[in-house]
Design a protein around this ligand. Sequence first.
Ligand code: NAP
Length: 298
Amino acid sequence: MSDGSIRKKIGFIGLGIMGKSMARHLMKAGHAVSVFSRTRSRCEDFIAEGATWQDSVAGAAVGADMIITMVGLPSDVEQVYFGEAGLLSAAEPGTILIDMSTSRPDLAVRIHAEAAGRGLRALDAPVSGGDAGARDGTLSIMVGGDRSDFEAAVPVLAHMGTSIVHLGPAGSGQHCKMANQIAIAGAMLGVAEALAYTLRAGTLRAGLDPTEVLKAIGGGAASSHALHAMWPKMVREDFSPGFLVEHFIKDMTIAQDESRSMGLDLEGLTLVRSLYEALRDKGFGRSGTQALFRHYTP
Ligand code: NAP
């Protein structure tokens, strides 16, 4: 191992925009990684790079020290863990199961409880940092679960992220991710509206130059990851994903359900969710979240 750590046998399930990059870091670090994802044809490039393909969730679990899941929706997480030949029945006692998908906190609690009853160790470890963070290995990783399991997982998580924080018991990582998504919802709206204003705000009504505006405001109080990552894409009307609109709606729905159950009414979140749902209904569900700018263009 290049970093002196112990070589692990790792199962990795879910090779989409995020999962491929994350699994690639583990392979490059020298771990033995077995991969499975729902649609093999989307993974041929990754298999050609040398990834060891398995034909099922259970196949990826055989002999694994650790199994990482990076699937899309809570229903996908549920299927991978609780489904027939799912991880909870297929993984060998002692295995650490790490769900890095963004999912429901109560589902993370259920997985943890069921895992504990079977001698398995489960962590919820959703991430922030987007496709670029996954590619660069600079994700922020928010972890819920037992402290000792967190500590055992850190050397592996460190190949994928630069900030790795243990928030508390099972579900805490997902709650932290919801806080992250609530903050991002407001940030995305701010960036889209600032750009819409910029393009119409010239003294001759020809608009300001958006590149110059980014230069001017990007180092000031308006600076944010959303501003720097999304503004140029919105200017180019490049709506390729990134982070899928339908996944952001999934996250905002979870965040709203959770906040309502706490008696908390998040009006900004409700507004942003409704704008994204309108966008999805216009056919932008599989676009990147920067497509919110479409709401402000004819
Ligand atoms: P994605 O591109 O849709 O990838 C999800 C992958 O999981 C797909 O390859 C999918 O297969 C596979 N999958 C789904 N259900 C499965 C199952 N039952 N068994 C095996 N594989 C299954 O999504 P992503 O952008 O990588 O995001 C993954 C998760 O991370 C989501 O929860 C998302 O909210 C979260 N996230 C995303 C970002 C981002 O910027 N993209 C950032 C932070 C967090 P198919 O190819 O058949 O669809």
